[in-house]
Design a protein around this ligand. Structure first.
Ligand code: C5P
Length: 206
């Protein structure tokens, strides 16, 4: 079984993806980490994320073992990721890895922006997870604070709005709900409620 989960930043798709994978005994890939690793590689090389040549080179020689997840999950890597991810050659360099991951037995849950539309258009179940921007900003702010970083929700909200706009308006694989995806709005849901709703969607679809 392949489950494709897409949605904007801090919508809950990562948590839901992890929990669905555990529930069904599937492997899980947070594809945002790939773009974050490319973004971080470009910054580490002393270049800006808009440097196409540097970003393409980083994507084509990506070694995921070089990074720890905490660094990749930070705001700096996220911001860089949303720039490099608009470059078609960067996306192309990461397609095979994602499809190979999805194809391995016993199946997988992938979460990102274009899983249901581009990476796994034939996924057994597609879920598009969303939530109001203010709620997503509060969740992301709480994550940063739990990790010991001082942030205010207004700054996080502004960043999230900018990132949504960039991800939705780019020409290459923009963030968009696949026609056959089920919408899951987690605005008024806690984690357990959202996971239960996602399981109900999978049960109804598979
Ligand atoms: O999901 P996450 O916030 O970790 O993703 C970071 C950035 O990577 C997103 O803002 C988006 O620009 C990019 N991304 C993407 N396609 C994916 C996953 C992430 O373009 N499948």
């Amino acid at each position: 079984m392949i489950i494709a989960i897409d949605g904007p930043a801090a919508s809950g798709k990562g948590t839901i993806g992890k929990r669905l994978a555990a529930h069904y005994g599937l492997r899980h890939l947070d594809t945002g980490l790939l773009y974050r690793a490319v973004g971080k590689s470009v910054l580490d090389a002393g270049k800006t994320p808009d440097d196409r040549k540097a970003a393409i080179a980083a994507a084509q020689s990506l070694d995921l073992t070089r990074f720890d997840e905490a660094t990749l999950k930070g705001a700096e890597a996220g911001e860089a990721a949303s720039h490099v991810s608009a470059i078609p050659e960067v996306r192309a360099a990461l397609v095979n890895y994602q499809r190979a991951f999805a194809a391995e037995k016993p199946g997988a849950v992938l979460d990102g922006r274009d899983i249901g539309t581009v990476i796994c258009p034939d996924a057994d179940v597609k879920i598009f997870v969303t939530a109001a921007p203010e709620v997503r900003a509060t969740r992301r702010g709480n994550e940063y604070r739990a990790a010991g970083k001082a942030v205010d929700d207004a700054t996080v909200l502004a960043d999230i709005r900018k990132r949504d706009e960039r991800d939705s308006s780019r020409a290459a694989s923009p963030l968009r709900q696949a026609d056959d995806a089920v919408l899951l709005d987690t605005t008024a849901m806690g984690v357990e409620e959202a996971v239960a709703a996602a399981i109900r969607i999978v049960e109804a679809r598979r």
